[in-house]
Design a protein around this ligand. Structure first.
Ligand code: HAH
Length: 326
């Protein structure tokens, strides 16, 4: 069988998110089909910088060594996010919020330390993750970053990252990126950054999609809108859940034939869109390797399995794989 990465060679890098277990358990599949990896959690703030002045680089270093030894690229995820960032980072010794100046200084220290360690070896960084609100009428999401620093925390994060590694491509990354209202907010955010001369090079479309949503029309409109910015687009965290967002069932223990073929059709149409916009899209990363492990087998419904990828739980090709490499 042809490798995914060869099939799309010259169009997009094909990536997978890995963790300490999957990089072992699915190593063969990973090496065969993928040419880029992202750390699912191991470069996030709470893992890499859990305590003041305490950095844990072992796992991230290991992923980088693996990537370099296997001829793969490494995407960095992520520097500034409202989630998985410890509370101490925002507070002083008395538990009060730090000042704007102090938080900016801490942000600079964190970004400098992490980004310069991997300078020249990580081809793209998700600098800011999920800063836009999902609610109509609200622009930026409420967060400690926004509360303490103000809206320009995003500009500063990109400036610090650029200083630490001038060659890394810097991305703004978000989910629900194909929702028309949120897409417009993301577009306006990035257009403003470009007008202010902020060093940003790409938009990350997470692409946490499912069998029913989003519509092809909304996805295409979003790709077109982001492409107008003149930046590269990366699909950063793709998975295609078997369940619609409102589906709360917990009694599905195996994917049905119908689900597998619906999923294959969805994947086929998604990749047709990616190819149509291949001048803008340069990488497609899945948020896992195979159905052996996915963050969706617990989220948002605890204990419910999901099967969102191109390879099944035994690493065997699913109909979706054949459909996209027709
Ligand atoms: C993503 N959020 C994050 O970027 C990634 O780091 C994490 O491992 C999984 C998904 C998507 C998301 C969320 O954080 C909250 C609600 C919906 C979707």
């Amino acid at each position: 069988m042809e490798a995914l990465k060869s099939y799309f060679e010259g169009q997009f890098l094909i990536g997978a998110a890995v963790n300490a277990n999957t990089i072992e358990a699915d190593q063969e599949l990973l090496k065969l089909h993928f040419n880029s990896i992202t750390a699912e959690n191991e470069m996030k703030f709470e893992e890499i910088h859990p305590k003041p002045a305490q950095y844990h680089f072992e796992r991230a270093d290991h992923f980088l060594e693996f990537a370099e030894a296997s001829g793969m690229g490494l995407r960095g995820h992520t520097l500034v996010w409202h989630n998985q960032t410890p509370a101490w980072f925002f507070t002083d010794q008395d538990g009060h919020d730090v000042t704007r100046a102090e938080l900016l200084a801490r942000m600079k220290e964190h970004i400098e330390t992490v980004v310069s360690r991997y300078r020249g070896r990580i081809y793209a960084w998700d600098v800011v993750n999920e800063a836009i609100s999902d609610h109509g009428g609200e622009y930026l999401r409420r967060s400690k970053w926004l509360d303490i620093i103000g809206e320009d925390f995003i500009d500063y994060a990109f400036q610090y990252a650029h200083e630490a590694d001038p060659d890394a491509l810097l991305f703004y990354n978000d989910y629900n990126e194909s929702n028309p209202d949120k897409c417009e907010k993301i577009f306006l955010l990035i257009r403003g950054m470009l007008e202010r001369g902020v060093p940003i090079h790409g938009v990350g479309l997470q692409a946490h999609w499912n069998l029913y949503d989003p519509s092809y029309q909304n996805i295409e409109a979003a790709i077109q809108r982001y492409a107008e910015l003149g930046l590269q687009l990366h699909i950063t965290e793709m998975d295609v859940s078997m369940f619609s967002f409102d589906d709360k069932r917990t009694d599905v223990t195996e994917p049905s034939k119908e689900m597998l073929y619906l999923q294959a059709e969805r994947y086929q149409r998604f990749f047709e869109l990616f190819q149509k916009y291949q001048d803008h899209i340069s990488a497609v990363t899945f948020w896992g390797i195979s159905d052996r492990y996915t963050w969706l087998s617990d989220f948002p419904i605890k204990g419910r399995k999901n099967w969102p990828f191109l390879f099944d739980a035994n690493g065997e090709p699913k109909p979706a794989l054949e459909y996209i490499m027709k």
